[in-house]
Design a protein around this ligand. Sequence first.
Ligand SMILES: Nc1ncnc2c1ncn2[C@@H]1O[C@H](COP(=O)(O)OP(=O)(O)OP(=O)(O)O)[C@@H](O)[C@H]1O
Length: 646
Amino acid sequence: MTGGTRPGRTPWALGLPAALAVGFLLLPLAGILARTPWATLPSRLGSHEVTEALGLSLLVSGWALLLSLLLGVPLAWLLARVDFPGKALVRCLVMLPMVLPPTVAGVALLQGYGRRGVLGPWLESWFGVTLPFSTAGAVMASTFVAMPFLVISLEGALAGLHPRYEETATSLGATPLRVFRTVTLPMVLPGLVAGAALSWARALGEFGATITFAGNLPGTTQTLPLQVYLLLQDDPEGATAVSLLLLAIATAVLLSLRGRWLTTKKQTVPQQPSGLPGRPERPTGSVDQSAPEGLDRPGPVPLPLRTTVTGATTADIDAQPGTTIAVVGPNGAGKTTLLRALLGLTDRAAARPLTIGDTDASKLPPHRRRIAWVPQDGALFPHLTTLANTAYGLRAQGVPRKDAHREARHWLARLEVGDLAHRRPGELSGGQAQRVALARALAARPRLLLLDEPLAALDQSTRARVRHTLRTHLADFPGVCLIVTHDPVEAVSLADRILVLEDGRTVQYASPAELTRHPRSPWVARMLGRNAWQGTSTAEGTLLLDGGASLVAADPLPGKAANGLAVVGPEAVSLHVERPAGSPRNVWRGTVREITAQGGRLRVLVAGEPDVVAEITPSSAADLALKEGMPVWVSVKATEVTFVAL
Ligand SMILES: Nc1ncnc2c1ncn2[C@@H]1O[C@H](COP(=O)(O)OP(=O)(O)OP(=O)(O)O)[C@@H](O)[C@H]1O
């Protein structure tokens, strides 16, 4: 059952008018069937006039389709992909013939291309071409009314195609032409075919514009619809017979498109659990698990990375081969922009120089940089099998199909998805799709690997499992790998270095241990689950926090006043019902705002001067009888306060 339909009784208030509507549409068509002179049908349809008109109809509609494709495909492309002034106006112009009365379209064509029209006299004097009352004129009239169907349908398909598929193909080494041929075209093909079929059917049925612009000349402009009109005056049965022929053609076109237009489109679920019904699984044995032999091309190579990114995002990255860098930062910090700058896919920031090994990739177009990108959802090409997806980069680099498939099988097997080689991406679970996307990127033998939130789409338990696999395979990748993530656990557990971006700037580029010890921004500290307050150190060893409160730190502070961050781990914060006596030098009052469970402990947010998060055991919470809204005393030992100068 499709998502939107529900079983149950149809309310008569809707059912009755709906039935009337169906009857209203059906009756005239049934009338044609009822009044068709079945006995004489073959002879009527086989007559010279009808076959001539049919031939002309096919010729005119065929030319109209060809012209619509030649002119309409580029127009649809521009409308979908390029921003230009007056775009809304152009789109309106394209749709106009769909809503204009056809006779008005005919008059417009006469005024444009007719003998006394704007262009007509020029066409006649320069090329000796007269369009009205010619077959070429009938083609023009048909093209005028039919092309919009193609443009609108293809524009919709192109606009619906997310650019990440094409960008991923580029990052795997495909030239723009190859991307168009192997990704764009197959992915918009249903839209193109549907548009072409509708456009052709519209051209075949064209009447008003043709009779107005091109007249009704047997053998020259008299197509089937015009013949119907003529026959109706003195041979109604003949008109009905020819109408039946047109009705049959129109129905055939619609039936051939039924998947797209006549049924409620099922949403393709991109990622389903494994073990789907339908396509049988290939036995694992059919997959070559061994390393590919006879391939003289090297695998990924250990290359260092050095780059400076400027523009909307700025960063300096210097990393040894085999380094995994986690790129973290709040929403809109510029993480994706950084990756796109490395890929050469944005004008908003540029990586220059971009030295990978001893090559400066910044001088190369995106498809020659050998920087493989795994976007958030993997962007597996839905029209290709897992195997063809994985071999895509190798094929783009000119590796023969057999060798490319052998190597792709090897990578799929290494990522433990070898038995899924013949499935399509829509038949993979989230975790499987993620592994295939990684296999595809690694198989392309990248010099730099970019993963954009590789685990974001997975649920918690799958995430832990895939994180483990990812860690294993990243350990094998000899080059530099950048992983964008929002998840501190992912950052700390997967990466050797962490690059923190905020507002497009690099705030910190350090090892996870260094980052945990000395977070250089409140966001980093909070990401790591720590309390952090911005403030100024004083010569007396006190920290004046920006909010007005102050803290005492045991470690010596910089001799003179400095801006910095006071950091306190939540486990070092104690809560009390009464004011504590004794050693802690930082004590203040607050109110419990929120209590949340994390692992086996409780995180308690206390609003006060300053706000603080404490992490305590459930038993101490029970001892204190903690509940939200309750006033408490907070204490932090001076030895637990770290000051990080900024
Ligand atoms: N094509 C664009 N044109 C103009 N501004 C853009 C464009 N793409 C992104 N931005 C802006 O640039 C900033 C950085 O965006 P980016 O997508 O790199 O952030 P991010 O760190 O990846 O964010 P998130 O974590 O939300 O994915 C944001 O303020 C965003 O609105």
